[in-house]
Design a binder for this molecule. Structure first.
Ligand SMILES: O=P(O)(O)OP(=O)(O)OP(=O)(O)OC[C@H]1O[C@@H](n2cnc3c(O)ncnc32)[C@H](O)[C@@H]1O
Ligand SMILES: [Mg+2]
Length: 176
């Protein structure tokens, strides 16, 4: 099974490889334009970024599936403050399925800097004195003391978006 991921961020490749391990996939990283701002600011922008990455990754390769992963921030109804969100999209060229990952409330000081126009990755690096935390454990890892990680969190979104393709083919298999 060939899978093209619309990003060269190793954490996103890791998320796909670890989630789809059962299918022993060949995973290719493809640099694509998400078509949305580098820091998406709503569910809508985040989902659109994931969709576009999935479609463009598939178009750029002859893979069986294109996967798009996008991180964003949003003010969610019923949740105080600013939340970190993440969405995945998977397409086989005919259908496209989506799945959301975990949601984390961001600390107020981080939210204030994002509101001033900054991007989450650099803000987290600046706060922690790290370089490239978004390609490593991520805000998801840091803010949970390692109870999860960006790759694991993104992996849940991949599972939710990829699952329907497998579940449907399982159902269409003749029963013995
Ligand atoms: O190369 P790409 O695929 O663009 O990888 P990225 O890390 O920039 O990922 P996104 O564009 O999907 O994320 C949008 C922004 O949110 C940041 N971000 C999202 N999740 C994060 C996390 O867990 N930790 C740190 N930054 C995160 C990210 O660094 C970007 O500034
Ligand atoms: Mg990005």
């Amino acid at each position: 099974m060939d899978v093209a991921v619309g990003s060269t961020n190793p954490v996103k490749i890791d998320a796909v490889e670890r989630t789809l391990e059962r299918f022993d996939p060949t995973v290719t990283a493809v640099a694509v334009d998400s078509g949305v701002p580098e820091q998406p600011w709503s569910i809508d922008e985040t989902v659109t970024g994931a969709d576009t990455r999935a479609r463009r990754a598939l178009e750029a390769t002859g893979a069986d599936y294109g996967v798009g992963l996008e991180g964003g921030v949003a003010r969610l109804e019923g949740v105080p403050g600013l939340s970190l969100i993440m969405w995945a999209a998977v397409t086989d060229g005919e259908r496209l399925e989506r799945g959301g990952g975990p949601t984390l409330p961001l600390p107020d000081d981080v939210a204030t800097r994002l509101e001033a126009g900054a991007e989450l990755g650099p803000v987290m690096d600046d706060r922690l004195g790290t370089d490239g935390i978004a390609k490593d454990e991520g805000a998801a890892g840091v803010l949970t003391a390692g109870l999860t990680s960006r790759a694991q969190a993104l992996g849940e979104a991949v599972a939710c978006a990829f699952g329907p393709f497998v579940a449907d083919s399982d159902r269409s298999r003749p029963s013995r």
